[in-house]
Ligand binder design. Structure first.
Ligand code: PLP
Length: 395
């Protein structure tokens, strides 16, 4: 017995729902890679990406996922033996740090906790100890998609400056760009990276890196540079160089359509939509959690992200059956716990091309599953979400 039909709904934190406009944009023949239209497309995308990162610096587009963009960011500014400080608040900054270690950097993890945000004061204290300036870069995830935390990038940037430290500030904005405010220049971020398949509503396969002048100066001395990722090579005048080879045309068509949709809706409306829908999810989870079978992974409400909510099961309960039920019976795919949270948590993504029926439908499927599987919970989660949206979204 199932109530599943039609399009499966992805409530995982990437890839996210592809708008029909984005899908349609790819359904066309390939075009000349040397002629005007594609050159103009690249120019428009690079300019719009820098605008989205909120930087006067330059952006780069890689045929890569987020892991590729991580590597692009690292290899362009570091040399083997350079020390990198990773700010832990989940799996992703640590994963970025592991890539740096593989590439030959010396990696120190500022121990954090998967249930809370990075503490800027701890960053400042660690940097003050580094009088010799051995730390060359600081890596952090804006939103860590495993724990569901949002880090205060502005405050961390201030902490770095308060310590008088000149390490490069490098931020992973894969799960935040185009969903919540991100201010690369105003927050003192030197290198920011992201990917196509989350808030940017595009197919997986494009990685983005935005770079300021400080990063560009470090790039001149960097010893880890490789031909594919290299900024200098990609700064060349020949269009072919901008992608270190054949451009990923159809992904670029898709990205153009997605950025046009973002521009039509407007960033402030998009941020507000994410806030409202995220809060609807949180209202539902808070209600269900009164049954004590699970709770928010992130303890402090203000540190819960507006793009993904991680729900931690209590008493070693396996979240697998709930995910399986939602998928097999309702056609809703929930995120699994990853890293330390594997087998202990599930995740509800609310990023990118999402609206009230998608989120309320997802919450309805979860509540159905809680009921069907007799997982202790307070019913009324969906009702709480509906009331929140009904009160907040004015006629
Ligand atoms: C998804 C994600 C990544 C990794 O992206 P891939 O495209 O899977 O390589 C990195 N950082 C964060 C914060 C993410 O959410």
């Amino acid at each position: 017995m199932v109530v599943r039909a039609g399009r499966e709904f992805l409530a995982i934190p990437g890839p996210t729902t592809l708008p029909d406009e984005v899908l349609r944009a790819m359904h066309r023949p390939a075009i000349d890679i040397y002629a005007g239209p594609l050159l103009a497309l690249t120019e428009s995308l690079l300019a719009d990406l820098s605008r989205l990162f909120r930087t006067d610096g330059r952006s780069y587009i890689y045929i890569a996922n987020g892991h590729g963009a991580w590597e692009a960011a690292l290899t362009n500014v570091l040399s083997k033996g350079d020390k990198v400080l990773v700010l832990e608040s989940g799996r992703f900054a640590v994963g970025w740090g592991n890539a740096a270690a593989f590439l030959g950097a010396e990696v120190e993890v500022l121990k954090g906790d998967w249930r809370r945000a990075v503490r800027p004061a701890e960053v400042e204290a660690r940097l003050r100890e580094d009088r010799a300036g051995t730390i060359k870069a600081i890596l952090v995830a804006h939103i860590d998609t495993s724990s569901g935390v949002v880090n205060d990038i502005e405050a961390i940037g201030k902490a770095i400056r308060a310590a008088g430290h000149d390490a490069l500030f490098m931020v992973d904005a894969v799960a935040s760009l185009g969903c919540v405010p991100f201010e690369m220049d105003a927050w003192g971020v030197d290198v920011a990276m992201s990917g196509s398949q989350k808030g940017l509503m595009s197919p997986p396969g494009l990685g983005f890196v935005a770079v300021n002048d400080r990063a560009r100066a470090a790039h001149k001395r960097a010893g880890m540079r490789t031909p594919y990722w290299d900024w200098t090579a990609r700064d060349g005048h020949v269009h072919y160089q901008k992608y270190a080879g054949t451009p990923p045309e159809h992904l670029l068509f898709a990205l153009r359509a997605a950025l046009d949709m973002i521009s039509a809706e407007g960033l402030s409306a998009i941020f507000q939509r994410h806030r409202l829908l995220a809060e609807a999810v949180r209202r539902a989870v808070a209600e269900w959690a009164k049954g004590k079978a699970f709770d928010f992974n992130i303890a402090t409400p203000s540190e819960r992200s507006d793009t993904v909510t991680t729900v931690l099961m209590a008493d070693g309960r396996d979240p697998g059956p709930l995910r399986d039920y939602c998928n097999a019976k309702c056609g809703v795919v929930l995120g699994a716990g990853i890293g330390e949270m594997a087998g202990k948590a599930f995740r509800i993504a609310h990023m990118g091309h999402v609206n009230a029926p998608m989120i309320l439908g997802t919450l309805g499927a979860v509540e159905m599953g809680l009921t069907a599987l007799a997982i202790p919970h307070c019913s009324g989660g969906v009702q709480a979400a509906v009331e929140w949206l009904g009160k907040s979204v004015k006629p």
